[in-house]
Write a protein that binds this ligand. Structure first.
Ligand code: G6P
Length: 467
């Protein structure tokens, strides 16, 4: 069987899977790489003064990883710059935070090319290559330029932006054209795929090609929707593990006679954390009689802290959490426990299970797996309620959640009240429907569907793709 080569900016194959700190996606890809005998290729997270053009090969619990060190200028222009100051805000519709610096674009092209040059000689003829996320859009084009004819697929974990915003990006056509060097492009939702199609047809004068193809720039590419999920069994195992149960007991004790709400998000402006806190503040203001009965645990590990827009949102959240606690807290109660740290998967599962309400309210999000983890962690006899932004990709499948518009603090406040007072039968009915979605979109299904689709694309012996 052919090997699977996974390529991503961040290589998250866990050194010790038993430690339980790696996320479900990392575990699922690691499992696939063990099955298909593959390789995980990407940035080491380290810098080196002068790029060597070589990858360091390591074994991580049976998974071979190939890691490339980058120069500090690369990290600045490619990762902090083009990936996180240009594409990330643009794809999340934050033009106000999007920086269009020529040097970022150059660094992005340079690093993609460097990755391609290091990876190409490591490939065998029937390997299939699966590239992940917005950091590496041009990677297939660069591999093709080096004569690589293997099947190459791309999966976008983030949303795709509307055409009217994408065209503000200098060289947007070049970026989209480079996607046509792939054989298969996967999106999280129909909505993101529709937006991609709209750009290709209206801006690039492309055409539909059959049920699942698009033709433009003289090339045809297959497109599809592959909603990502969690490893359900593994997550439930973490929930029921000694550490998961211990954390549950600890949280249940600390929320005796009170309802706990939980939010878990990287510290990112796309997650709607300010809006969430403002909605909660509105709730506290409007519902004086419920005030002392509820509190919010907001777990928010610091993220991308070298980027100024992340430092800004961090300072605003510090101020907001402080203000709300200062205004409303009492001697034996505090409305928000704001935690700038991460927890292990088993501990998170215990926290989710003890929470009566899960708050997942991003302003725009590719999918959002916290929504699925929160549901999977619940007690079937007495489940909590998921409040979910209609702008998360997960909302396309999880319509039984309390869907909200996170931009409206009043809507958020109302949803919190509805969730806290929802009768048990209704909670069970909603949870049962949501749990079915979580199971039906298990990460193994996502992975195997994508790999299967990529594997079955026709390629002639000389590497030619029939148009
Ligand atoms: C999002 C992106 C991922 C990225 C993750 C963490 O989920 O889609 O590609 O790895 O955020 O961000 P970081 O910049 O720390 O890798």
């Amino acid at each position: 069987m052919s090997r699977l080569i996974v390529v991503s900016n961040r290589v998250s194959a866990p050194k010790d899977p038993a430690a339980g700190s790696a996320g479900g996606l990392a575990m699922a890809l690691s499992a696939a790489l063990r099955t298909y005998d593959g390789l995980w290729f990407g940035w080491s997270g380290e810098t080196i003064e002068t790029f060597t053009g070589e990858a360091k090969i390591e074994d991580r619990a049976g998974v071979t990883v190939a890691l490339v060190d980058l120069e500090p200028q690369d990290v600045d222009e490619y990762y902090n710059g083009y990936a996180n100051k240009t594409l990330w805000p643009l794809f999340h519709h934050r033009l106000d935070l999007t920086a269009y610096e020529r040097s970022y674009g150059e660094g992005y092209e340079r690093v993609n090319q460097r990755f391609a040059e290091v990876l190409a000689p490591m490939l065998e003829p029937d390997d299939i290559i699966w590239v992940h996320d917005y950091h590496l859009i041009p990677m297939a084009r660069d591999l093709r330029r080096l004569g690589v004819t293997n099947r190459i697929g791309f999966f976008l974990h983030t949303p795709w932006p509307v055409r009217q915003l994408l065209v503000t990006l200098p060289h947007h056509r070049r970026l989209v054209e480079s996607l046509f060097a792939y054989d298969l492009i996967g999106f999280q939702t129909e909505e993101w795929l529709d937006l991609f199609r709209d750009y290709v047809i209206s801006e690039a004068r492309g055409e539909l090609a059959g049920d699942n193809g698009l033709e433009a720039f003289g090339r045809k590419v297959c497109v599809g929707v592959y909603p990502i999920g969690i490893d359900v069994e593994d997550f439930m195992g973490a929930r029921d593990s000694p550490a998961g149960l211990r954390t549950y007991d600890r949280m249940a004790a600390s929320s005796a006679f009170r309802s706990m709400m939980v939010g878990v998000d990287r510290l990112d402006y796309s997650k709607g954390l300010e809006e969430r806190m403002l909605g909660y503040e509105q709730f506290l203001h409007d519902n004086a009689e419920l005030r002392g009965d509820v509190f919010l645990v907001q777990v928010t590990p610091i993220s991308r802290d070298d980027v100024d827009t992340y430092q800004d949102i961090r300072a605003r959240l510090d101020a907001l959490a402080g203000r709300i606690n200062g205004e409303y807290a009492d001697m034996d109660w505090q409305p928000i426990r704001y935690l700038n740290r991460g927890y292990r998967r088993d501990q998170l599962a215990g926290i989710y299970r003890a929470a009566r309400v899960g708050l997942v309210t991003p302003l725009r999000d590719g999918m959002n797996l916290v929504a699925k983890e929160y549901v999977a962690a619940q007690n079937p006899d007495d489940p909590g309620v998921l409040i979910l932004s209609r702008f998360a990709g997960a909302a396309e499948q999880m319509g039984e959640a309390l869907l909200v518009n996170p931009f409206s603090r009043e809507e958020l406040s109302d949803a919190i009240k509805t969730a806290l007072t929802m009768p048990r039968e209704e909670r069970i009915r909603k949870w049962t429907a949501l749990m079915k979605v979580v199971r039906d979109t298990d990460v193994a299904i996502w992975r195997d569907d994508f790999v299967q689709a990529l594997r079955s694309i026709e390629v002639a012996d000389d590497g030619d793709r029939p148009l």
